[in-house]
Design a protein around this ligand. Sequence first.
Ligand code: TTP
Ligand code: MG
Length: 361
Amino acid sequence: MRDNRIILHIDMDSFFASAEIRENPDLKGRPVVVGADPKAGKGRGVVSTASYEARKFGIRSGMPISRAYRLCPSAVFLPVNFSLYDRVSDEIMKILRSYAGKFQQVSIDEAYLDVSNIGSFEAAVELAKRIKQEIYGKEKLTCSVGIAPSKIIAKIASDHQKPDGLTSVEPSRIKEFLSPLPVRKIIGIGKKTEAELNAIGIKTIGQLAEYDIQKLISRFGKWGIYMHDLASGIDESEVEEEECCKSISRELTFEQDTDDPEILDRTLHSMAEDVHRALIEEGFLFKTLTIKVRYSNFITRTRSRTLVHFTDDPAAIKSLSAELFRDFLEGRKIRLVGIRLSNLEKTGSRQKYIEEFTSPA
Ligand code: TTP
Ligand code: MG
């Protein structure tokens, strides 16, 4: 393993909620939940994120909003406001990009910087403090930073002392840092793999690193080698500047499951407009469109189509989604629909669509 790299992973704290609190300081100190409308406990859909005050009640990302409501009915529940978060994210990424030659945004609120040139971990810690100060000074938001010789360890480290954390794991400390942590901290190890590992007595990353690799391979195949490497801190993957937002997607859970073609059509239409707007705001063209449908029984299906050329034509989004969706209209009630645009490319100098000039603000 090359121990001479110094990588920073920066992740904003309770991002959507913090952005909302910044916009409305009266919310400071209160439990804030961003996500679907809770409708006094009858709402459907999920929590996008919760402020740290709301997390004290056990509220987490991905949890049904109805459950969040039961855990803390007095929390402030807010709808998701993507255009605000996109705008804030752009400002933060601009700051981060200015600190390193090698920069990789991995989601709306996190990025890696390769700062190996800085020479020492002590200097990297000072740099991380400066970055935190600049983000707070300009955007009034806190983030957590992890510093390590690899991306995976930097990511685990940024999560280690959230919120407003700074954790540096020098090469000599890798084993001591990783060993006691639960295996779940490794990206890619979800609930299912965690349960399988626990069943064979592996609870911590240290136990995973020491486990017989042959046994892991016979149980998990290639994934076993990968897991074992990561547990031992081996991760050679580079910080690579790549286009962010590998996809743009929106989905909606209906208030009531429906098979009404008119409601479905209207929803799909407005969602198509929504993803188109986001595509234009982000300055991307797309090539692949995917439709997702979840039926009442929670069975989820997707259908995709990849075009020959990149486009940001709103008519293409509408007609493609309608066409792909047609196959799902089979009389079964639908709980959720979604549209995702992927295979994205940055827009070059491009003729603007007439409607961008003529549509009312
Ligand atoms: P995260 O960085 O995973 O979470 P977070 O920033 O809210 O909190 P933390 O302090 O633990 O980093 O995700 C960034 C944003 O992405 C989050 O604010 C909301 C959104 N998100 C969802 O919409 N659904 C999800 O299930 C998750 C995990 C995140
Ligand atoms: Mg975050």
